[in-house]
Design a protein around this ligand. Structure first.
Ligand code: SF4
Ligand code: SF4
Length: 242
């Protein structure tokens, strides 16, 4: 597939270039070898006619307006693959995070923004707005169904708020609402492994959309609430499934 050319022209800025200097070893952009390793493993390569190497070049050329107008930074999954393979350890996702923050919150993608806002309105932190009562009901209902229909799992448990459990397990927000059966395979694995685990009735959400929307305040609030619930239950390990 032919790569769209970078078009030069117009007044240049260097706000993001300054960020690049912060994340490059010794602040030297020439350390980027343009080897393309970052692009080769990036799941967002090709989307919006962009890839990490081209994106870094645009930053280096001071194309701030074009970068701010592009939706590509919102395609990045923050998976960090590019950093792992980069011979110069250039932290592209950190740069992308700064670019996301530079866009006014109301202009950031509505889907992610709404999920962050929904999480902040419930004690569960569910991006689907699931209440404590609904989560407990769904977990107990699904567990009972499997205990009855699959005798080999009659003793399986899905504890909520179990004090002193080894693992505090979090849970993707969508599954209890849209695909509750999808919660069960992990319960079975933990059961067969003899793991001592629990959900929390609060702060059980696995994902953190506030991170992806670059809302640092709410990202921190969610993370602190998850840690506080884990501590309150006396769990030793926070098990993140997301
Ligand atoms: S992997 Fe690193 S050095 Fe290679 S093009 Fe990407 S940012 Fe530059
Ligand atoms: S962190 Fe973003 S830019 Fe880097 S490989 Fe993952 S999706 Fe691509």
């Amino acid at each position: 597939m032919a790569e769209a050319a970078i078009k030069l022209g117009g007044k240049k800025k260097s706000i993001f270039m300054d960020k690049v200097k912060e994340i490059l070893p010794q602040g030297n952009l020439s350390l980027c070898l343009t080897c393309g390793l970052c692009s080769s493993g990036c799941p967002a390569t090709g989307l919006e006619s962009m890839d990490p190497r081209k994106f870094l070049r645009m930053v280096a050329l001071g194309m701030d307006d074009e970068i701010l107008a592009s939706d590509w930074p919102w395609c990045c999954t923050m998976c960090q693959r590019c950093v792992r393979v980069c011979p110069m350890q250039i932290d592209i996702p950190q740069l992308i995070f700064n670019i996301r923050k530079a866009r006014p919150r109301e202009d950031r993608p509505k889907g992610i923004r709404d999920s962050c806002d929904a999480a902040m309105k419930t004690e569960t932190l569910s991006a689907m707005g699931t209440s404590v009562e609904d989560f407990i009901f769904v977990v107990e209902d699904v567990l009972e169904e499997y205990q009855e229909s699959q005798p080999e799992f009659a003793d399986m448990q899905a504890p909520i708020d179990k004090k002193g459990a080894e693992f505090f397990l979090n849970q993707n927000s969508r599954e209890p609402v849209t695909e509750p059966d999808e919660m069960v395979p992990l319960w079975k694995i933990l059961h067969l492994a003899g793991a001592d685990w629990t959900y929390g009735s609060k702060a059980w959400t696995g994902e953190n959309y506030c991170l992806f929307i670059a809302d640092t305040d709410n990202w921190e609030k969610i993370t602190r609430a998850q840690a506080a619930m884990t501590t309150e239950l006396g769990c030793k390990t926070y098990l993140n499934t997301e």
